[in-house]
Structure formats: structure tokens, C-alpha cells
Ligand binder design. Structure first.
Ligand code: BYC
Length: 482
């Protein structure tokens, strides 16, 4: 393994020897003030002057890569850290399989690589923009800190992509880096590039669902890009994955704590029917069927992020050696896929058809299937909490064709169980499938801030463990000192 030293006393901590790369250092220093302005304008609303107990990446070693300390968010050290270079690494798939990985961008794949890096980069600030109002309704200081941790790390992931653009893509890379601060989640004129990143995150259950489902798309896409023959992209994504794990923990555990509290309160009140929604809501907790509707929404939005089931873009990036499959090197096949097929579903003439499609064209589908398997683990954990509470209810992932805006199922009316519905039947049942206005209004009514250390809002249980092994009443955000 080759690993360069981390420069930590510069304005931009890095392990890419920025101090001896004047051109890139200058470009990044020029980009920096715009980033800080963007952070202050479109990052977390309020709390910018408060000390937050945050994790900062300082190293790329497996152990001890981060420190925890109180930091004001605008003073966070957003660094550029790439995982160590693997000596002798070769391209693991596609037409260039077995050739040494590229340290520079191959001319023929320049625009393809730039597009992927820009899309990846665009999602990072988008998610921060989506979550910017949540601080003021945090259910605890612990949760508030986790929100801000996710936010600053998504900010670092933006830096990671901006570094690649500035270093390897010349003046058009610089322009793309500037555009990343101009597009805005939900904007009419200049929206973020992918659908789910223009949706709002109006409440904390949405935040937990987003980090459980959409950050997991992030994990899968980063895993696929970590296979890239363009080594700087691979190394960047490998290190980003280290941070990403905590984001999914925040989401999965957040949803589990909401479910746990609901079950506890139902049992305490002697309510055994999970569909006794009115009575359950009177207890000040979120009923399980509404949580299921939120799962339906966030899972289906996240499936759209994988693109169409059949995609020549995906085939081209694979053949070029630019974007691989989940855990590519562990798969036992020829890694070229020109003669292979893959099972997909197609929606045609109102029918769902099983098909074998060329494996190369089905790579989005394959990554999506791997995502679904990964997601099913969370569902299992959530259901265990319900079983432990002896409540008769089971959370389920909806059918892949439900509520889709991208791909073969786009525009269809299919229920979460996979039944093809008439328009009338869909309209009649829509509010049983997806959160209705009244569900959202109810959830929002619960969003009252709790800022006493060790205390939690009534709709969510306390976590099992503190961050960095801190005790239950640790003051994760020094909200009262400001
Ligand atoms: N919304 O061949 P197709 C994360 C466009 S999340 C809007 O079907 P392709 C994070 C597509 O761009 C991970 N447009 O799909 C999570 C194309 O347009 P052009 C982000 C969409 O290209 C939480 C056309 O439709 N990273 O990190 O094979 C917090 C036909 O495309 C959408 C990446 O996604 C959509 N949902 O696959 C923070 C990795 N889907 O170019 C961060 C990089 C498709 O013809 N991106 N389109 O005008 C990619 O690998 C691929 O571009 C995609 C799409 C998977 C996104």
C-alpha cells in the first residue's frame, strides 16, 4: 500500500500533497470562500455558532482515522482524503481488464467520467440543502449532533468530488465545480440532477428514512465507483465509504427507535391492534402503518436513483472500465459480461413480464438488486423490534414497480404488493400506500425540539449507546452556552 502523508496544517487538510500542487491548491482556495458562503446560506439553518461534538477525518488508516471534538460547523476541517493507493492494482472489469489502473483520465473516457463525478458531487450538497431546517426540531441533542455529522461529511464528500474535477478536468472541471454550488435542491430553474434530491425532508422520520434508504443508494453507487479503473476516483470513493456507514446507522437506528417507542407505548396502553391509528396517535407516537407508508415512499424514490433497468449508459461505463458492480472483484465470472444474461422485469401492455436481458445492459438492475438485498437487512431488524414487543405487524419493502418515475414501470399504477391497478383503484387507495397530507400533518405536529441533555421527544426511544461511548446525558451540542 502506498499512502502519502496527511497535511493537516493547511487550510485544506489533505493526503494528496496539495502544498506541492500549486495549480490545484490555488483552484481549491479560490473555490473555498464560495463553499463557505453556500454552507452559511444553504446549509443547516441556525446552530452555526454552536459547538457540536463532531467526528473529523484526519487519516486514512483503518484504525484511528477520525477524532471527536467540539467544533463550530463553519470551522469544520473539510479535507481531501483518498484511501491508500494499492500497488499493482489492475482494472478489474470491462474491455481493459487486467491492464494497470489509470492515474490520469483517459481522453476517450473523459466526458463519461466527468458526468459520473458531477452527478455524484451534485447529490452531496443537495442532501444538506434538503435537511437544512431539521436542526430546530431535533428530538434530542444526540439526534441533532448526528444530523450535523451527516451534513458536514456530505460536505466533505462534495470536496472530494470537487478535488477530482479541479485536479483532472481542467477548466471545464472548474466550471462544473462552480455549478455544484449553484444548482439547488427543489429549485424550479436549477434543480439538483437526480429526482430524489429535489424532494423535501420536512420531518425527522423523513430524515431517518432518507439516511436509511437514499444514503444506501449512495453506498451502492460509491461501491460501484470504487471499482473504477480511474484510480483517484476509486481511492476517493473507498474512503468516502468509511464515513457513509455511520449515515446508514443513523437512518436504520433512527427508524428502529421510532418503531420501538410506538410498540412500547401501544403495549403500555394495552392497544394490540396496530391499525387502531387514532388511539395510537393519541399516545403521541407514530403508528406502524404510517411508518410503512414512509418506507414505501423512500424505497421507491431511492430505486429511481439507479436509473433505467436497461441502460446503454451503464453498459458503456462498465465496458470502459469506469464503473463496476457491487463488490466486483468478489464475483466469479468473466467480468466482461458480453455473453451473459440477467433476469429483469418489464412492464408492457399493462403486464409485468419476466425476461432475461443482456447482462451488460442490465447493470443498473443488478446494482439495484444488490441494494434491495442490503436494505432487506434493515427491514429484518425493524421487524425484530416489533416481534420482541409481541405486536402483530410486519414491515415490508414494496414491489419494485410501485410508485416509479424512472424505468420500465414509470407511469404505471401498481400497488405495493405488485398488483396492476386501474387508475380509479390507484386513486382510491393511494393514501393507504403513500403518506397522505393528514399523515404528514400529524408527524409534523410531533416535531417539537428537545434540547435537555439525555432527554428525547416522546415519539422516539433513546439510543442503546452514545456516540464515541459518551454517557446518556452527554451534551452533544452546546446549545445553552451560545
Ligand atoms: N433522476 O441510462 P439511464 C449519494 C437520467 S446517492 C433524474 O436510465 P444511467 C448520496 C440519466 O442521468 C448516489 N434523471 O441511467 C445519498 C440519463 O440522462 P442523460 C449518487 C435520471 O445513466 C444520500 C437518462 O436519465 N451517485 O451519493 O445508467 C446523501 C437515462 O439514464 C435519473 C450516483 O448516482 C433520476 N433518478 O444511470 C448524499 C453515481 N436516473 O445523461 C449522497 C453516478 C436516470 O441521458 N451516477 N436519469 O441526460 C450514475 O452512475 C448514473 O448516472 C445513474 C443513472 C445511476 C444516476
Amino acid at each position: 500500500m502506498l499512502s502519502s502523508q496527511v497535511e493537516y496544517d493547511t487550510i485544506i487538510p489533505n493526503n494528496v500533497s496539495l502544498s506541492s500542487d500549486r495549480r490545484v491548491l490555488k483552484a481549491l482556495e479560490k473555490w473555498h470562500p464560495g463553499y463557505i458562503d453556500w454552507w452559511k446560506d444553504l446549509g443547516p439553518v441556525g446552530f452555526q455558532d454552536m459547538l457540536v461534538y463532531l467526528r473529523t477525518a484526519i487519516n486514512v488508516d483503518k484504525d484511528g482515522w477520525a477524532t471527536f471534538d467540539y467544533v463550530k460547523m463553519p470551522e469544520y476541517r473539510w479535507g481531501i482524503l483518498l484511501a491508500p493507493q494499492k500497488e499493482g492494482r489492475t482494472i478489474p472489469f470491462g474491455d481493459h481488464i487486467g491492464e494497470p489502473v489509470w492515474q490520469e483520465v483517459p481522453g476517450e473516457y473523459r466526458s463519461m467520467l466527468r458526468r459520473l463525478i458531477v452527478i455524484q458531487g451534485d447529490t452531496e450538497p443537495a442532501s444538506i440543502e434538503q435537511q437544512r431546517f431539521l436542526g430546530s426540531t431535533a428530538p434530542s441533542l444526540y439526534d441533532m449532533r448526528n444530523l450535523f455529522q451527516v451534513n458536514v461529511e456530505e460536505g466533505r464528500h462534495l470536496w472530494a468530488m470537487v478535488y477530482l474535477l479541479q485536479k483532472y478536468f481542467g477548466s471545464d472541471g472548474r466550471e462544473e465545480a462552480n455549478e455544484l454550488l449553484k444548482r439547488q435542491s427543489g429549485s424550479e430553474d436549477a434543480p439538483r440532477m437526480l429526482g430524489a434530491f429535489n424532494e423535501s425532508t420536512p420531518d425527522w422520520l423523513s430524515f431517518f428514512m432518507f439516511t436509511a434508504f437514499t444514503d444506501r443508494d449512495g453506498k451502492m453507487q460509491l461501491e460501484a465507483l470504487a471499482q473504477s479503473g480511474f484510480d483517484p476516483l476509486s481511492r476517493t470513493c473507498r474512503f468516502m465509504l468509511t464515513e457513509e456507514a455511520h449515515h446508514m446507522f443513523v437512518g436504520e437506528n433512527g427508524v428502529r427507535r421510532v418503531i420501538k417507542k410506538t410498540c412500547e407505548m401501544m403495549n403500555k396502553a394495552g392497544i394490540s391492534d396496530p391499525y387502531d391509528i387514532e388511539k395510537i396517535r393519541e399516545l403521541g407516537v407514530i403508528d406502524l402503518p404510517t411508518i410503512q407508508k414512509k418506507i414505501n415512499l423512500h424505497y421507491s424514490l431511492s430505486l429511481d436513483l439507479f436509473g433505467s433497468e436497461i441502460s446503454t449508459n451503464a453498459a458503456n461505463t462498465y465496458t470502459a472500465g469506469v464503473k463496476g458492480r457491487f463488490w466486483e472483484t468478489k464475483i466469479k465470472d468473466d467480468h466482461i459480461l458480453k455473453n451473459d444474461t440477467y433476469p429483469i422485469l418489464e412492464f408492457a401492455n399493462g403486464q409485468i413480464i419476466n425476461k432475461q436481458a443482456p447482462a451488460l445492459l442490465s447493470l443498473n438492475m443488478r446494482l439495484r438488486d444488490d441494494y434491495t438485498k442490503d436494505t432487506a437487512v434493515s427491514i429484518k431488524r425493524w421487524n425484530r423490534t416489533i416481534v420482541d414487543a409481541k405486536i402483530n405487524f410486519e414491515m415490508k419493502l414494496p414491489f419494485e414497480g410501485f410508485n416509479r418515475k424512472i424505468g420500465t414501470f414509470m407511469g404505471s399504477d401498481i400497488s405495493p404488493l405488485g398488483d396492476v391497478l386501474t387508475k380509479e383503484a390507484w386513486d382510491k387507495d393511494k393514501n393507504n400506500f403513500l403518506p397522505a397530507t393528514e399523515d404528514n400533518v400529524f408527524i409534523e405536529s410531533l416535531m417539537k425540539p428537545v434540547s435537555e441533555p439525555g432527554k428525547y421527544a416522546e415519539w422516539i426511544s433513546a439510543p442503546d449507546l452514545g456516540i464515541d461511548n459518551k454517557p446518556g446525558d452527554f451534551e452533544y451540542v452546546k446549545i445553552h452556552d451560545a
